[in-house]
Write a protein that binds this ligand. Structure first.
Ligand code: 8GP
Length: 827
């Protein structure tokens, strides 16, 4: 019996492989217009994408038809960022045809790995927030929830990074210069949106006052759909990204009246809106354009949602709140709130209270950071200029909020009103987007337990007093399909054999592995896989940087955006301490380590760029110093991005999660690294705390001040000089940075770091945590010497982090916020 079914499965696989092969060749001829004999890898890759798309589009049509027929309630995820990375192997895995494709290509004389490299990363995001959005839309499709992701179709993604003499160089990322095979343009769903102009107050025949907005400019939003394939391939949702263009009508008018140059300028200005992703992770830049970007995609998306709703319900708005839920990914899309009010009150002529009731059913808001510089505020004057009607609506939202909520709760308390007002007073009035998001949403969540607590206690305590039930937590997660199955196939195969092959959709199944954590056979297999992954990465390092590293060394990995609060410079101080010990004691006994960094610094963030420079200069010195005898290697991988993360994560032994406690909202790299068997060196911050709870105190190296201790230290008056003067090793290292030791002939080139840690006051308490960080690293060194002990800890990490699948995050959102029902799609 078993034999027959195995034989049947093998036959089916053979047929699938044959069909795929035929389809690839067909597309090579008819879509790419080339021939088997002369096709480049690029052409083969595109032909394979087209063949895969035959299945993707089937799923897409089925899903859209089913959702329409069943008139499902759907989630709409509004995000200015999606860090999708590459789609090729993910789509193949999720459709369940990766092996068939590999085989089909092999029979055509091609290595699937070569074709995977042909794809540019879709880097339409900066960091955690954007990658989270990508994991979430994949999980939503996998769990069969009706959902659409909305965002911007940036012409340029996050800049490409290289190093010149150690310094970061940025180049534009024209990721779709030659077209992107995964996207479909939808001209039938183009939207037009308005900006600028003025508002007129008019009275209708019944004497009713009305506001009429006369826009100054119309911009066209062209939607591009990217199908998002759920794991097992039955549901295929859509990521709809808007590209801006000049409105034809407007353009033609200007052009016709002889204003060729003006028409061209209009074009450029309109197209600028979707030209670039802002490379600033934590602050906003180019204010006017940025605000227009936000409004542009929110308005297009709302109109798109309403168009779809009306197809079913016409002008009957009574079901809108039941059918539609919108998640605001941080405050960037908060302008959607006044925009929906405008549409309902001005266009649909609804009474304010009814419109507001709908808004309050529809919007929910996720906060991703407590850093004050990332909490968006817009100058009121800018708002008035760009969105004159919306600012009036915001005033009215604010007036009612202050009167009906704040005044009722704290009568006569003007200080409270000032603190809670959506409009901040000061020498320049500002619109507080965080306040607007909380007031306009029915749920607000943080992204890890500790972060959600701090959102309540430190960011919005009064709002919590007004609406205690509004606030909740949803701890982040990552998709195990991309971050284990696809990126670490060796480990995935081992897991299939050990715990069954359903772990990608049921990650808690990995728990079974814990029973074998001490089993020498499993330990050998597990560590052999790690070793092979490290050898692969060593080859990649050689290719990218020419640096030779030994795969037998401990691979210590810190990958994330560059920011002082993430403290890459604390990592650097540890490296310098080890180097100095080696110079002082040639026989210094340490486990050989390769320190690997991957990080982009915002182009305008000077100190972040200085930190990159310093790491590169120190790397250069250490890597060439014979006295080190390869005990330390330091590598800064250029152009860190999703596809590079996929190579680094499976090869990591140690995961650096060393932010100042209270600053990292959650982290998600921490989850990916632990899932792939890396041991975390981390502070009690963000999701590290929850990871520690899951893996147990013996399988993680926790160090540093806690959130409460950090607060106490700030309050008692932190003086970083105390640490400098009391720790001779620390003092020597910092002084070293001022010399020309690492930059011969150019003393002081690395001094910016020391300055920020001493004269600058060390805002992120690097010096305060230094000693305890070194102790944690010493512990790691000791653990690593005992191979069995290390293997056990690594296995326990993989076994214990099932909680951090983004499927669990999505189920939490469904239960706590979205109230969706899954909708099965028949194949
Ligand atoms: C990040 C947080 O820093 C990180 O801890 C968290 O895991 C991630 O969001 C997902 O929740 N925040 C951002 O990326 C962020 O705030 N970026 C925007 C300000 C641009």
């Amino acid at each position: 019996m078993k034999k027959t079914s195995t034989a049947k499965a093998a036959n089916a696989a053979n047929t699938a492989t044959e069909q795929l092969k035929e389809s690839i060749i067909k597309h090579l001829h008819s879509t790419l217009g080339t021939d088997v004999n002369k096709a480049s890898h690029q052409a083969w890759w595109r032909a394979t994408c087209a063949a895969v798309n035959e299945q993707v589009f089937d799923g897409l049509r089925n899903t859209q038809r089913t959702h329409y027929e069943q008139d499902t309630r759907a989630l709409h995820y509004f995000s200015l960022e999606y860090l999708m990375g590459r789609m090729f192997s993910n789509n193949l895995h999720n459709l369940g045809i990766y092996q068939n494709a590999k085989q089909a290509l092999a029979e055509l004389g091609l290595d699937i790995a070569d074709l995977e490299q042909q794809e540019e990363d879709m880097a339409l995001g900066n960091g955690g927030l954007g990658r989270l959005a990508a994991c979430f839309i994949e999980s939503l499709a996998t769990l069969n929830y009706p959902a659409v992701g909305y965002g911007i179709h940036y012409e340029n993604g996050l800049f490409q990074q290289s190093f010149q003499d150690g310094r970061q160089i940025e180049r534009p990322d024209s990721w779709r210069e030659y077209g992107n095979p995964w996207e479909i343009c939808r001209p039938e769903s183009v939207q037009e949106i308005a900006v600028y102009g003025y508002v007129e107050t008019v009275f209708d025949l019944q004497g009713q006052m009305k506001k009429v907005w006369h826009p100054g400019r119309i911009i066209k939003g062209v939607p591009w759909d990217i199908p998002i394939v759920g794991y097992d391939g039955s549901a295929v949702n859509v990521l709809r990204l808007w590209e801006s263009r000049a409105s034809d009508f407007f353009n033609w008018d200007v052009f016709n009246s002889g204003g060729y140059i003006d028409a061209a300028r209009e074009n450029v200005e309109a197209e600028n809106i979707s030209k670039v992703l802002y490379p600033n992770d934590e602050t906003d830049a180019g204010k006017e354009l940025r605000l227009i970007q936000q409004y542009f995609f929110c308005s297009c998306s709302l109109k798109d949602i309403i168009r779809r709703y009306k197809r079913r319900h016409g002008d009957d708005w009574s079901h809108f709140g039941k059918q539609v839920v919108i998640q605001l990914n941080d405050t960037h899309p908060a302008v959607a709130i006044p925009e929906l009010m405008r549409i309902l009150v001005d266009r649909a002529e609804m009474a304010w209270d009814d419109a507001w009731a709908i808004c309050q059913q529809v919007f929910a808001y996720t906060n991703h950071t407590l850093l004050p510089e990332a909490l968006e505020k817009w100058p009121l004057r800018l708002f008035e200029k760009v969105l004159p009607r919306h600012i009036e609506i915001i005033y009215e939202i604010n007036r009612r909020f202050l009167l009906e909520q704040v005044e009722m709760r704290w009568p006569g308390d003007d200080a409270k009103k000032r603190k809670l007002s959506i409009i901040e007073e000061g020498h320049e009035q500002m619109v507080r987007m965080g306040h607007l998001s909380v007031v306009g949403s029915f749920k607000v969540n943080g992204v890890a337990e500790i972060h959600s607590k701090l959102v309540k206690s430190d960011l919005f305590p009064e709002m919590v007093a007004l609406w205690p039930d509004k606030f909740t937590n949803v701890t982040n997660g990552v998709t195990p399909r991309r971050w284990l199955k696809a990126c670490n196939p060796r480990l995935a195969t081992l897991l299939d054999a050990k715990v069954g092959d359903d772990w990608p959709t049921d990650l808690k199944k990995l728990h079974k592995l814990a029973d074998f954590a001490k089993d020498p056979a499993l330990q050998d297999n597990f560590m052999a896989i790690k070793q092979q992954n490290k050898a692969d990465l060593a080859r990649e390092i050689k290719k990218l940087t020419r640096i030779e590293v030994d795969p037998a060394a401990l691979f210590d990995v810190q990958i994330k955006r560059l920011h002082e609060y993430k403290r890459q410079h604390l990592n650097l101080l540890h490296i310098l301490a080890l180097y100095r010990r080696i110079l002082q004691n040639p026989d210094y006994d340490m486990v050989p380590r390769v320190f690997l960094f991957g990080a982009k610094a915002a182009p305008g963030y000077k100190l972040a760029k200085e930190i990159i420079y310093a790491i590169n200069k120190v790397a250069d010195k250490i890597n060439h110093d014979k006295r080190v005898k390869n005990r330390i290697k330091v590598v800064f991988m250029p152009n860190y991005r999703v596809s590079l993360a996929e190579k680094m994560i499976p090869a990591a032994d140690v995961s650096e999660q060393i932010s100042t406690a209270g600053k990292e909202a959650s982290g998600t790299g921490n989850m990916k690294l632990a899932l792939n068997g890396a041991i975390t060196v981390g502070t009690l911050d963000g999701a590290n705390i929850e990871i520690a709870e899951e893996v147990g105190a013996d399988s993680i190296a926790i160090f540093g001040l806690t959130v409460d201790e950090v607060k106490a230290l700030y309050e008692s008056g932190y003086n970083s000089y105390d640490y400098y003067h009391n720790n001779p090793e620390l003092k020597a290292i910092l002084d070293w940075l001022e010399t020309d030791y690492f930059t011969p002939g150019k003393p002081g080139e690395l001094a910016a770091i020391k300055r920020s840690l001493l004269q600058g006051g060390d805002p992120y308490l690097v010096l305060a945590d230094f000693e305890s960080y070194l102790a944690a690293q010493q512990k790691v060194d000791t653990w690593y010497r005992d191979k069995a002990l290390w293997a056990e800890k690594a296995i326990l990490n993989t076994a214990s982090v099932g909680k951090f699948t983004s499927d669990r995050s999505i189920e939490d959102y469904v239960e706590r916020v979205w109230q969706l029902k899954p909708c099965q799609i028949k194949k």
